[in-house]
Design a protein around this ligand. Structure first.
Ligand code: ARG
Ligand code: ZN
Length: 417
């Protein structure tokens, strides 16, 4: 290629990567209520009507149990016809335009990132990492940063160890941001790290329990969600000759991999990958956790949205671990702790008993490794009004709700192990 050709390609690609943010013109959000098992079955049957599984944004229990899909306009007629035929109750709305504004509202931050930043804005991956570096410099005895691997695009997968003083202690392991579009989960994890590191009230428990947090388990996906497609969920890996990128890390763990609630087609949002741990990010987390799994007593994956505390098993329906009552008890304690902060309601439910079970998720895999208290926490909001675009004005409160739940988990481990 001659110099001009190169320049042209360079300019076009940089213009497109800077400007083209997927608009979702013509897409609609469809919410359908799920009063009973029959309704759930009928909603699941939508996949056969469409010929693909529509992208499930989330579920909620605000008034009724409902599920929310994003549907391209051309398929809306089919969806309505199917729901009408089955007498399902549903509503159709436009996509909240707020969702596309959040990334543009703020300029990149220079210098140190503060608590106020964490409470008021969504941070880039680079800003998240800078925040951690500053914290580790200020509190070298309390905060240790350990990279556990690299992403497909070469970013660091950073773990943060709090209370790691070389003594063997029980560990609480927290992952967040596996799904790129669930932006609030990153802030909640960073707020947990910040509070444990800086608030002397937690020094006592950290003498006995260690907390390991991987605040951004999918940096490639997150940056893609910030710069190209707000509703991106997966990683950004490529398979040769395949048009669509990425796999759903929460379908990629090696436990009942590929069985239920997954797709084997690479263009699906719930593509489970070509094999378990096909994603380097999943493989890195699996080996980091396995390295010390006998000491890990609790695991929580932070997601959004729906305000739910989900307990295993989630790979199929109506199947529970032998100690399910313990999981429910601690789930309820977390929910109560959240309610005591500011009245938010988080429902404690089995992760397989929602609209779809989902095999190959991290919570099930952690549980299968003998980690007793394994949960997925779906953070705010409770419904699809704003969905993943939780307004920045609500970040601070949600950070504190998540903290209340997670410190309850830490205290449980302190008491029981
Ligand atoms: N919304 C999460 C997902 O779709 C929930 C996963 C819950 N865990 C499970 N094993 N089903 O990945
Ligand atoms: Zn998620």
């Amino acid at each position: 290629m001659n110099g001009y050709g190169f320049l042209l390609v360079y300019l076009t690609s940089s213009i497109f990567s800077a400007v083209a943010y997927k608009s979702y013109d013509g897409y609609r959000v469809v919410s359908v209520t799920l009063p009973d098992e029959t309704a759930k079955r009928q909603v699941r049957d939508l996949t056969n009507q469409l010929g693909y599984q529509p992208d499930l944004l989330g579920e909620s229990h605000k008034a009724n149990h409902s599920a929310h899909f994003i549907i391209p306009g051309k398929d809306l007629g089919k969806v309505k016809a199917h729901f009408d035929k089955n007498h399902l109750q549903y509503s159709v709305k436009d996509i909240n335009p707020e969702i596309f504004k959040q990334r543009r509202r703020r300029n990149a931050l220079d210098g140190d990132i503060t608590l106020a930043d964490l409470d008021n804005r969504y941070l880039s991956y680079e800003e998240q990492m800078r925040f951690l570096e500053t914290l580790a410099q200020q509190f070298p005895n309390r905060v240790k940063l350990i990279d556990i691997g690299n992403t497909y695009e070469g970013r660091s997968l950073r773990s943060v160890r709090i209370g790691d003083d070389g003594r063997p202690k029980p560990i609480v392991w927290i992952d967040s941001g596996t799904h790129a579009r669930e932006w609030i989960s990153y802030n909640a994890a960073l707020f947990l790290i910040y509070t444990l590191a800086t608030n002397p009230a937690y020094q006592n428990v950290l003498d006995r329990v260690q907390v390991v947090v991987v605040p951004n388990t999918n940096p490639d996906g997150y940056e893609y969600s910030r710069n190209a497609d707000r509703l991106w969920r997966k990683t950004r890996s490529r398979i040769q000759d395949i048009r669509c990128a990425g796999a759903d890390m929460n379908r990629n763990y090696p436990f009942f991999w590929g069985t239920e609630g997954v797709s084997h087609s690479p263009c699906s949002e719930i593509f489970c990958g070509v094999r378990s741990m096909s994603e380097v990010e999943t493989a890195a987390l699996v080996s980091a956790i396995q390295r010390e799994e006998s000491r890990i007593r609790a695991y929580a994956a932070l997601h959004s949205y729906g305000q739910e505390i989900l307990y295993p098993w989630g790979h199929t329906v109506h199947k529970y671990p032998a100690d399910v009552e313990d999981l429910k008890r601690v789930g309820n304690a977390m929910s109560l702790a959240i309610r005591n902060v500011n009245g938010s309601f988080y429902k404690v439910v089995n992760s397989g008993d929602g609209l779809y079970p989902a095999a190959g998720a991290s919570d099930d895999w952690a549980k299968s490794r003998g980690i007793k208290y394994s949960f997925t926490i779906e953070l705010a909001p409770i419904d699809d009004e704003t969905g993943f675009a939780l307004p920045e004005s609500r970040i601070a409160a949600t950070n504190r709700d998540a903290f209340a739940a997670l410190i309850t988990l830490v205290n449980t481990v302190d008491r029981e192990f």
